[in-house]
Design a protein around this ligand. Sequence first.
Ligand code: F6R
Length: 259
Amino acid sequence: MEIIINDDHQVLAKIVVDSIEAMVRQKPDSVLGVATGSTPIPIYEELTRRVEAGLDLSQIRIFGLDEYVSLDENNAQSYAYFIRQHIIEPCKINPANVRLLSGVAEDLKAEAADFEAAIKAAGGVDLQILGVGHNGHIAFNEPTSSLASRTRRVSLTEKTIEANSRFYNSVDEVPRHAISQGIGTILEARHLVMLAYGEEKGYAVKEMIEGPVSAMMPASALQLHPHVSVLIDEGAAKTLQKADFYKFEWSSKETQTLD
Ligand code: F6R
């Protein structure tokens, strides 16, 4: 696990997008897994700037991580809407190359199976962007999700519902269920890029990096993956025991690029 600590979210976004750009230049039809939420927004803004400067993303393929059950793509709270607004349109991605989970599919089991098959048919995800919830969830895999779980319908915890209510008029409007890639599905991506900002993520970050691997802390499953980059700010890094060591490792690298 490579850990990069920097308080400048723009600098971190540039490091991630450098990695995406290098990947796309080498493999124009790379498969990019995208997270929604506040944390990765600077990455999508930086990616947009690169596209405006000439980077061609017309061949890349996109997979989403999760979606609320019952919200369709035209609902402004849906993750499909977010992905269209922040990634597909500004980065000029071909909509035919995008596969997101549908929260309004009649048969969610069939939707999940079809989604998994689509990832397989694409040759797997090359780089997966991830965020982490305060309780350690990744995608919508809440604590106690199996570390081997696959894409499926899941229930959201009170903590997640409360955190997401900031985007709604009232907490009662927040959907209680989602369809989400499983932890086992996520672990099959070739490179996982996790971002977490602010002291309120400190507990999840500490447990993800330095805690035991446990279904109670879904993000700790990243310890089982051979190629993980974690980009965090000082707030999120505050309670790490070995922060100085991670800083030393990064600063002593020949180039400031992700492994
Ligand atoms: C979103 C997702 C979630 C978020 C997490 C952090 O697609 O998978 O796991 O990454 O809830 O969200 P933010 O970045 O808003 O703090």
